[in-house]
Design a protein around this ligand. Sequence first.
Ligand SMILES: [Ca+2]
Ligand SMILES: [Ca+2]
Length: 271
Amino acid sequence: MKKFLSLVLVLAMVCLVFAACGENKNVGGNSPVEIQTNSNKEEGKNTTKKPSYIGQDDTDPYTANVPNEIIDFYIEKIKEIEDDHKAELADIIENNPEYDISELKNLKYDLVFIDDNNTPELVVTDSRGWIMVYAYEGGKIVNALGEDERWPFGVGGNAGYEFIPKKNIVFNRSNEFAGMIRNYSFYELNGTVLGTKYTLSEVHFDDDKNDRTPDENDEFLEEPTAYYKGDNKIPEDEFNQLLTISGAEDLTGTKSQAEIVAKLSALVNLK
Ligand SMILES: [Ca+2]
Ligand SMILES: [Ca+2]
């Protein structure tokens, strides 16, 4: 009887181990092999294109296989940015007591994949209307917008910046002359520099002088009268084609310092 009981126990344990293994395979929700059944064929091609990292979303820096060293550098950088921000806050409290500091207290962070490598960039949104973008290269975190530079939003028809993860396309819309010129600016990351690739412009007035500057008498016209890429006039078709983009996301921080550091620290500790 004792022998039989131990056999049952051993069998039970073996079953448990197998069950646990089975469960582990499904952690993260992505099965490592995409089985092409008729039903998921119908659902779209995206499911089969996916992961270069099994079970991970390679456009999500929080699950993709980013080296610990790089994450550590970003954790360091975030502390530095936050310290600078606190120093600025303390300075304002001391020297400009009438300033409304409530809007100053809010920096939000996120890691993003702008270009198509496995090194994420850091975007920081300052609630006063700026974004900052940092990039990593060779053991250093660099301000990708240039030293002490930041990009404004919330003014001049510029609602903010968008990007297409891993496609190296960052863009935004802005107005000139109260919307009589509409600009669509495209940026790309070269190494650690996020610079202008080109700007598309739409002219919304009768630009009889061809200088893209409205005269006093010019009125806003809903229908554009001319399209430009940089300084060159282009046909409407080409303009619309260049403006056709899909899969864009907001390039903006969504996490507080505590939230992103907790997330990144957990990531490092997992490995
Ligand atoms: Ca990158
Ligand atoms: Ca005119």
